[in-house]
Design a protein around this ligand. Structure first.
Ligand SMILES: [Zn+2]
Length: 486
């Protein structure tokens, strides 16, 4: 196809975008990638009452404009928590598929603290910033996946070898237990034969894209001290308060030691264990506050603990039992593990980002082919649904293509620039082209850490010029192993 032909779609998109900005009130809304993104953002899927069904209806109707896509809505709990699964069938369904995941929900927004209504998806005419809850986390990627498929399918008549699935899951922001956690355990998921997952990442403030190969796993730890109550004037050993304060000192010291590693530049925040106090419950309430002349018999404290996959969960359990809440100090504890640290084989919950993982190589090449640079892969300080896929051994990377963008997830005035969003579609297009043609390699490599024996793929990039003006080198026969006939 000619260069001229390929540049048309972007030109058209830019023209539409410009005309929209110039005369938003003169014409009925024009459908462009940007307006479609805005429409998705306008559906309020924030907690505590996310409107999942409207979002699913909207995404399905857009998906129906791409004829080859198969659409299904799955329910694992109640009818108000749908999971949308869109499939782009590949010509060789026996190959492990690629799953592109995003969540439908978002955290609440305090409207009054925003420059613009968080569900209006206001596009600022001066700088192209689209203000909306979910603009970065993570409605951008969800729409970019579909836009990329539309571009490949409609404009390039391109069909994948490998099947691609796109999932839109509910409840990620409240732990994923009624969303991805149930999905990965379902028969429906098993049937997808997923080999690789792309999930959400985070914005990058620099020119390099960020990729996440692991999440820190949260534990909620509540420690409790009990003792005999006593008059406020008495001095005696082992009061509940005294025992709790000893524990708090120990935990504070641990916290400081971890933090010092970060301050000294020896570790990233996400590579250490954070132990932050989140509540203290003590004292005997009185109508005016607390009873002041009485030492209480019970004290409770809560801690949010985040551990990287390199941490040893058994060691942490031992530390809590022996140092943080020892029985000999009349203390008890409760650990609520909100996420695993090991996969089903007992391995640390990490996706390899080196030559042992063929998907990583494809991913890296695709980003670079689109003119992007990747920063050193990171552990995410927080937690996403990616942990559920990693736990069953599926390589999963967190990636949201937003560079030169402040990190505003869960913040007031979350925004994404239109140009950054459009560039993300370009990235997604390339990534799909590359990964869906990763034709054949040791299929066991979808198990984390498996040896990449017999990598055999060819990059069928026949499009040297994309609509987005990118130059893709025509690569062929990157690796070839004799005897494989493809
Ligand atoms: Zn998110």
């Amino acid at each position: 196809m000619s260069k001229h032909h390929h540049r048309l779609p972007l030109l058209a998109a830019v023209t539409l975008l410009l005309s929209l900005r110039l005369s938003a009130t003169d014409h009925p809304p024009t459908t462009t990638p940007i307006t479609r993104f805005q429409n998705y953002l306008r559906i309020n899927t924030a907690h505590p009452n996310p409107d999942y069904n409207t979002a699913v209806t909207y995404l399905s109707s857009f998906a129906r404009t791409i004829p080859t896509l198969q659409i299904q809505t799955l329910y694992f709990t109640t009818p108000d928590k749908p999971l949308l699964l869109i499939t782009w069938p590949g010509s060789n369904p026996s190959l492990p598929s690629v799953l592109l995941n995003s969540h439908l929900d978002s955290v609440p927004a305090e409207s009054l603290k925003w420059f613009h209504d968080p569900f209006e998806a206001h596009l600022s005419p001066d700088d192209g910033k689209i203000y909306a809850r979910g603009a970065q986390d993570d409605k951008c990627v969800g729409m970019q996946y579909l836009e990329a498929i539309k571009e490949l399918e409609i404009n390039f008549h391109y069909s994948p070898t490998r099947t691609v699935h796109i999932s839109y899951v509910p409840e990620e922001e409240v732990g994923g237990f009624d969303g991805m956690a149930k999905f990965v355990k379902s028969v429906e998921f098993k049937k997808l034969n997923v080999g690789f997952v792309l999930d959400e990442g985070q914005a990058s403030t620099t020119d390099e894209f960020r990729t996440f190969y692991a999440d820190r796993s949260p534990w909620h730890v509540v420690i409790k001290a009990t003792g005999v109550p006593g008059h406020g004037s008495r001095m005696y050993d082992n009061s509940a308060m005294e025992n709790m304060m000893k524990s708090i000192e120990v935990i504070t010291k641990f916290r400081e030691n971890q933090f010092d590693l970060v301050k000294a530049g020896l570790a990233a925040t996400s590579e250490v264990i954070s132990a932050n106090p989140v509540f203290l419950k003590a004292g005997i309430p009185s109508p005016t506050g607390f009873v002041m002349n009485m030492q209480p018999s019970e004290v409770e404290a809560g801690f949010d603990i985040r551990q990287p996959p390199t941490a040893d969960p058994d060691l942490m359990r031992k530390r809590i039992a022996e140092e943080w809440a020892p029985a000999w100090r009349n203390m008890t504890y409760e650990i609520t593990e909100k996420g695993p640290l090991r996969d089903f084989m007992g391995r640390p919950l990490m996706t390899a980002t080196d030559g042992s993982n063929p998907w990583w190589s494809i991913f890296k090449q695709a980003v670079e082919a689109a003119g992007g640079k990747l920063a050193k892969p990171e552990i995410l300080t927080s937690t996403t649904d990616a942990r559920f896929m990693r736990q069953i051994g599926i390589p999963t990377l967190g990636f949201s293509p937003m560079k030169n963008t402040p990190i505003l997830l869960h913040d007031h005035n979350e925004f994404l620039k239109d140009s950054v969003y459009l560039e993300g579609i370009k990235n997604s297009v390339l990534l799909k082209q590359r990964s869906v043609h990763l034709k054949s390699f040791d299929e066991d490599s979808n198990l984390l850490g498996a040896k990449f024996s017999g990598l055999l793929w060819t990059c069928y990039l026949v499009y040297q010029n994309f609509s987005c003006n990118m130059q893709i080198s025509y690569c062929k026969n990157i690796t070839r192993i004799a005897g494989d006939g493809f």
